[in-house]
Every structure is written in structure tokens, then in C-alpha cells.
Write a protein that binds this ligand. Structure first.
Ligand SMILES: [Fe+2]
Ligand SMILES: [Fe+2]
Length: 420
């Protein structure tokens, strides 16, 4: 074979190889490069049987529990049946759900389905309930599952915090399940945004719900919005349609984008860092100045201390940072940078000696997309190319917080504690 023919075959083979490498990621690439409408399919189209049963909080975790699920459009009624665990002889209480038709014109094998949502009220604190969701007309129900309401006041508990899920749900699912196999069971799971890669593409949420089956129907999901949940659109409407969250937030902000709740002796503030506004800061200061919580956490997407210099979020830092300092936030739980970073305790932009004097800022990633990381004087622990989850344990008498980061093998990759 002459040299020009060899060269031709070499280039041809390279191009074919590149094409096959790119095809599986076409949706990701197109979504990242523009607002192209793209026809997708879902592996898990809705059926008449309820699935994607998900717990969230839209109100007080001590006395309420929001339940959501989906069916195909042949189902016209939705109900939650529930009772206290242990009262097996009693007839379950019932609550009718609201339904919403969810369209996705880009999903021809699941164009429309119903999302049902019901918020159970007047529950008893620190109490386990059994529940199932479904249709009375069709007599089709989810399996009975169990949830537990939050304690009335201070009590030991733990929760899971994970960074961007976004891509690689086949590996993210086992990581999430591993977090909830730990004992004692965490109370809920906080996700720091970029929940999926293109927020208004329902097939990607289907992947998330499939990977999390058996978890979010027992342990509430506490989500926030990342840039990929917006994905260059003005309105991440699917996030709000799929998840029932508190509607009271900053003046002028979309409902459910910013919210807060208290669990035990801890305050959790969830912020939409895609839309940092002065009204959001006013709302945040009102919350932080009126709480008597021992522990204060914030959950939002864009880090105040970034992995890389070109990923700085100055506007977010300027807006939230002074309030975190003034009211002494304990831990800021962030995502976006696709590498793990924990800062030294920080106050007014500089390192301080202990968490008693400042706030610890964490960037974490749970999906399979990784970025590199620069060295910074604010980095206490940093590493790359590893998906992790965090378990934060809160104990009382004395008030102590223990934070641990685990890799997929269950190895502790980072750890610190704060005693108050
Ligand atoms: Fe992001
Ligand atoms: Fe991300």
C-alpha cells in the first residue's frame, strides 16, 4: 500500500472512531453548545402504575410530608393512603392529590404524563408513617413505604449532601444507595444543583428517578437549582413541575427557587445562585437574623471559593458572603466545579483559625463529570476525579457536628468536626 493510501485509511479510521465516541454523548454536546431542540426517548415511559414516588418538603418537616409520583394519562385520580407505623389495624387516612399534565414535545415515546402531588398535614413529630400512592379508580398503588417526621426540637440526626449528579446515573445510583445504607439512617438528601444535564428534558429526570428508586420514596429529596437545571432557558419549569417545594421566598423570585426549613436544631437555607438578587439577600438576612438554630447550613450551586480561577462567582460571594459572616453560617454546601474542595474556615474572604470564627465552604461532585483543580490558599482539602457523598452527623449534649466524605468504596476521604 502506498503512503498516501495508508494516510487516507488512517484518517478515515480516526474519523469513524471519533464519530462512534461522540454519538452516545450527542444530547449532552448539543445541549452544551446551544438551545437545539432534540428528539429523545426515555427508557422508562410512564405507565398506569404509579412510579417515581418522591418525598420532598413544602412545609414544616415536623408535621407535613409532600408526596409526588407520576402515571400515564389513563389515570385520572391520585390518592395517598397513610397511617402511623404500628397502628396496622387502623384504617389508613386518605388525601386526594393534585394532578398536573406534563408535556415534553421532544419525547415522542412519553409525550404527556400526569404528575401527582399531595402534602400530608397535621402529622406528629418524630413519628414513622407508612404510606402508598396511587389510584382508587384503577386500584393501582405503589408499594407501602415508610417515612419519619422531623423531631419537635433538638435531637440527634444525620443527613446526606451530594454535589452535581448531572451525568453518569449508572454510577451515581449505587453511590446514593451506599449513602443510605449507612447506620443510623440519614434523614434526607440535599443535592447541590445540576441535578440533571438539561433541566427541561424529562428523559434525564427519568434517569435520575430510576437510579434513585427506593431512596427518595423513603428519605426526602432537598434539591437546589444549578445552571444545567436552567440549561440556558429563562425558566427551569420542569424542576418546579416535578418537585413540590416551599413557595414562600424572596420578593420577585420564582416560587420554589429559594426556601428554608428547620430540622432538629439546624436551619437549612436553599438558594438559587443562578439568580442572585438584592431581594434574595433581604430574604436571607431576615431568615438568619430570626433563627435560634444551633447549626446553620446553606445549599446552593455556584461556589464562593472555586476550584479554578476562571470559575469565580464574585456576585454570589458579594451577596451572600457578608451575611454568612454576620450570622455565622457553619457550612456552605455547593457544587458546580466537579472536583472536591473544602476550604479552611473563612471570614471576610480570609482564612481564620477555627470554624468558631468562620464558615466552611465545600464543593462536591457525585456524578461522573470531573474538572481539574488549581491550588488556592483557601483550600484545606482538595482532590479530583472522584465521586463522593457527605454524611453530616448532628449530635446533642454536647452540640457536635461530624462531617465525613466517602468515596464509592466507602473510604473516608475527608473529615472534620465542630463542637459548640
Ligand atoms: Fe454547574
Ligand atoms: Fe455541573
Amino acid at each position: 500500500m502506498d503512503i498516501s493510501r495508508r494516510l487516507f485509511f488512517a484518517i478515515f479510521s480516526l474519523l469513524v472512531g471519533m464519530l462512534f465516541a461522540v454519538l452516545p454523548h450527542l444530547e449532552t454536546i448539543l445541549a452544551a453548545t446551544g438551545d437545539l431542540a432534540i428528539v429523545c426517548t426515555t427508557d422508562t415511559p410512564a405507565t398506569e402504575r404509579p412510579d417515581q414516588v418522591t418525598l420532598t418538603w413544602s412545609d414544616d418537616p415536623r408535621t407535613t410530608q409532600a408526596v409526588q409520583w407520576r402515571t400515564d394519562c389513563s389515570v385520572s385520580d391520585g390518592w395517598v393512603q397513610y397511617r402511623e407505623k404500628g397502628n396496622d389495624a387502623t384504617t389508613p387516612s386518605e388525601l386526594e392529590a393534585k394532578s398536573a399534565l406534563i408535556d415534553d414535545a421532544n419525547l415522542p415515546n412519553d409525550l404527556r404524563n400526569y404528575r401527582f402531588s399531595a402534602t400530608l398535614q397535621k402529622l406528629r413529630p418524630s413519628t414513622s408513617y407508612l404510606y402508598r400512592a396511587g389510584s382508587k379508580q384503577k386500584d393501582l398503588w405503589s408499594d407501602w413505604a415508610e417515612f419519619r417526621t422531623a423531631p419537635e426540637g433538638a435531637a440527634p440526626f444525620s443527613f446526606v449532601y451530594m454535589g452535581d449528579a448531572q451525568l453518569g446515573f449508572d454510577r451515581w445510583g449505587p453511590l446514593l444507595h451506599a449513602a443510605f445504607e449507612r447506620s443510623p439512617k440519614p434523614a434526607f438528601c440535599a443535592l447541590a444543583g445540576d441535578n440533571v444535564n438539561v433541566g427541561n428534558h424529562r428523559n434525564l429526570w427519568d434517569e435520575l428517578f430510576k437510579a434513585s428508586a427506593g431512596i427518595f420514596d423513603r428519605y426526602p429529596l432537598v434539591p437546589t437549582l444549578g445552571n444545567h437545571d436552567y440549561s440556558k432557558e429563562e425558566d427551569p419549569h420542569l424542576y418546579r413541575q416535578l418537585l413540590t417545594l416551599p413557595e414562600k421566598g424572596p420578593q420577585g423570585a420564582m416560587p420554589e427557587h429559594n426556601y428554608s426549613f428547620q430540622y432538629g436544631n439546624a436551619l437549612f437555607v436553599v438558594l438559587d445562585s443562578n439568580r442572585p438578587t438584592q431581594a434574595q439577600a433581604v430574604w436571607l438576612e431576615d431568615l438568619l437574623s430570626h433563627t435560634d438554630a444551633v447549626w446553620k447550613f446553606a445549599l446552593y450551586h455556584h461556589p464562593m471559593y472555586s476550584s479554578k480561577g476562571n470559575r469565580d462567582n464574585e456576585e454570589v460571594r458579594a451577596l451572600y458572603g457578608q451575611l454568612f459572616d454576620k450570622y455565622h453560617l457553619d457550612i456552605a454546601m455547593q457544587g458546580h466545579d466537579h472536583a472536591y474542595l473544602r476550604t479552611y474556615p473563612m471570614r471576610a474572604g480570609v482564612r481564620v483559625n477555627s470554624p468558631a470564627e468562620g464558615t466552611v465552604y465545600v464543593v462536591s461532585v457525585s456524578g461522573s463529570k470531573y474538572y481539574s483543580q488549581d491550588a488556592h490558599d483557601y483550600t484545606q482539602v482538595g482532590f479530583t476525579d472522584t465521586s463522593v457523598y457527605q454524611i453530616i452527623d448532628i449530635s446533642t449534649n454536647p452540640n457536635r457536628l461530624t462531617y465525613r466524605t466517602y468515596d464509592p468504596q466507602g473510604t473516608v476521604k475527608d473529615e472534620f468536626s465542630i463542637t459548640k
